[in-house]
Ligand binder design. Structure first.
Ligand code: ADP
Length: 499
């Protein structure tokens, strides 16, 4: 049987997806299934592990049916996943001891505060590239062990910890391998990016026994074969990769300085910084982009909390538009925002400003400011925030990239993309396949089974669809950016002046 297809299992925060690609990177079929979010207390978020498994297996079966292919034609499967989400299960029975604690969950904020107060921040950042936060897995594992009094069992090796990639590998691959890949390990706050291994000093800080940790493997490597029960045939599982790193790979950002920005609910920007670990001086995090043949490539990462969500706010709360795409028409109906700036720091500022007390604000309005101008200011705010991230990355790396590759729901907005190009003064490139997260995992899975011989070969598969080039005059850009910086200062002043 000809092994013709590569498949991505894309296990996300609200749904599980399966996407089937041809070796040329063309999307053949996809299927997805949403699952329930559990909010047991304010700020807590959990998933039922059985829901994760069920929705993932069902979406895979459904995608194969839709594509109308014989499963024996699948050459390799790659797993990409919501990162940091934490599961602990019994090594003997495979049963989870607690629900999956989702990356968004804030229950361990006080554990992180304690560690920061003890002066451990610098050691953690120096080794992991991360800024200590409840977001990452370490304090979530600590919480489960403390809450259920499991330290002794964990020490004895009776328990397994895994992020979602690891959990899926254990449950879907024959022989139950207990593995994770270097990109997912990089988000636990227990993994030393410089040595590319679990770190004893970090394990001690969080009081987590090494015996419960998975083996860390390359991002593209056959970890085993899909259980026959799922599709009736054994298929190599050739990759595991965190979702944002997968998108960076799926955008073929293989050279130092290449970057991608995903415009979803929030925005995630990642920049390839090469094969040497670098720490950011601008409060970005460093992460493993991928590890191939034992060799890591690193990336800077920064995120914006309110990306496309700002557009949802216009639609659902202000009711200025009735659908997200309508924002483009409204923005284009006026020549500019009339001097108004919207700073959507509704839940504080992420990178590079990091201020949890900042709140949203609109400044610079006049008696003539109208709805279309507010919509325009909202879209512009997504571009300005992304510009701040790119500047922080460029300052750390010492040069501005020539272009930025984009994907995600809001990258469909042509006004936003043109304004992004204008304000960054670089080319914006939108690919043909916008499912870059899934594509990255599928390409990595193809690499593991020899479907591609090199990254160059994969880069030649990648195709740009649209390009946006800067059209704004330099003086206009400078003026616009000056206004944005003033607006950000206004939002920060509001935060700092609270009593
Ligand atoms: P996620 O994966 O985070 O759910 P998606 O990549 O599906 O996000 O993108 C959805 C987001 O993109 C929503 O917040 C929505 O408001 C925004 N969005 C979708 N289409 C447009 C558009 N044409 N213009 C502006 N924003 C859009």
């Amino acid at each position: 049987m000809n092994k013709r297809y590569i498949v991505a299992l894309d296990q996300g925060t609200t749904s599980s997806r399966a996407v089937i690609f041809t070796p040329e990177g063309k999307l053949m079929a996809s299927a997805s299934m949403e699952f329930k979010q559990h909010y047991p207390q304010p700020g807590w978020v959990e998933h039922d592990p059985d829901d994760i498994l069920f929705s993932q297996v069902e979406s895979l079966r459904s995608a194969v049916r839709k594509a109308n292919i014989n499963p024996a034609e699948i050459a390799s499967i790659g797993i990409t996943n919501q990162r940091e989400t934490t599961l602990v299960w019994d090594r003997e029975s495979g049963k989870c001891l607690y629900n999956a604690i989702v990356w968004q969950c804030r229950r361990t904020a006080s554990l992180v505060e304690k560690i920061v107060e003890e002066g451990k921040s610098d050691i953690i950042t120096d080794k992991t590239g991360l800024i200590p936060d409840a977001y990452f897995s370490a304090t979530k594992i600590q919480w489960i062990l403390d809450k259920l009094n499991l330290h002794e069992r964990a020490e004895k090796g009776e328990l397994c910890f895994g992020t979602v990639d690891s959990f899926l590998a254990w449950n879907l691959v024959k022989g139950h391998p207990h593995v994770t890949d270097a990109t997912n390990a990089s988000r636990t706050m227990l993994y030393n990016l410089r040595t590319q291994s679990w770190d004893d000093e970090l394990l001690k800080i969080f009081n987590i026994p090494r015996a419960m940790l998975p083996q860390v493997v390359d991002t593209a490597r056959i970890i085993g074969f899909l259980d026959d029960e799922i599709l009736g045939v054994p298929i190599p599982v050739g990759a595991m990769v965190g979702d944002q790193q997968s998108a960076l790979f799926g955008q073929a950002c293989f050279k130092t300085g290449m970057a991608k920005n995903t415009y979803g609910t929030g925005c995630f920007m990642l920049m390839n910084i090469g094969e040497e670990f670098k720490k950011s001086n601008n409060r970005l995090v460093t992460t493993t982009a991928w590890r191939l043949n034992g060799k890591p490539t690193y990336a800077f990462e920064g995120s914006i909390f309110m990306g496309g969500a700002t557009v949802q706010w216009l639609r659902d709360e202000l009711k200025l538009i009735s659908s997200a795409p309508e924002s483009e028409e409204a923005a284009l109906s006026v020549p500019d925002s009339g001097g108004a700036y919207l700073v959507p720091a509704f839940t504080g500022f992420g990178a590079p400003h990091w201020n949890m007390y900042a709140r949203g604000t609109i400044v610079g309005m006049t008696r003539g400011t109208n709805c279309a101008q507010i919509v325009r200011a909202a879209l512009e705010s997504i571009a300005y925030q992304s510009k701040d991230l790119l500047d922080a990355m460029a300052a750390d790396l010492g040069s501005l990239p020539e272009s930025l590759k984009v994907d995600g729901g809001a990258s469909a907005n042509r006004f936003l993309m043109q304004f992004q190009s204008d304000i960054m003064n670089i080319k914006i490139i939108r690919p043909e396949v916008l499912e870059t997260t899934a594509l990255g995992a599928a390409l990595l899975a193809g690499l593991a089974v020899g479907m591609y011989k090199s990254l160059d070969e994969i880069a030649s598969v990648w195709e740009a669809q649209d390009e946006f080039t800067p059209k704004m005059k330099e003086e206009d850009r400078n003026l616009a950016l000056k206004g944005w910086q003033r607006a950000v200062r206004a939002a920060l002043y509001w935060a700092d002046d609270r009593e």
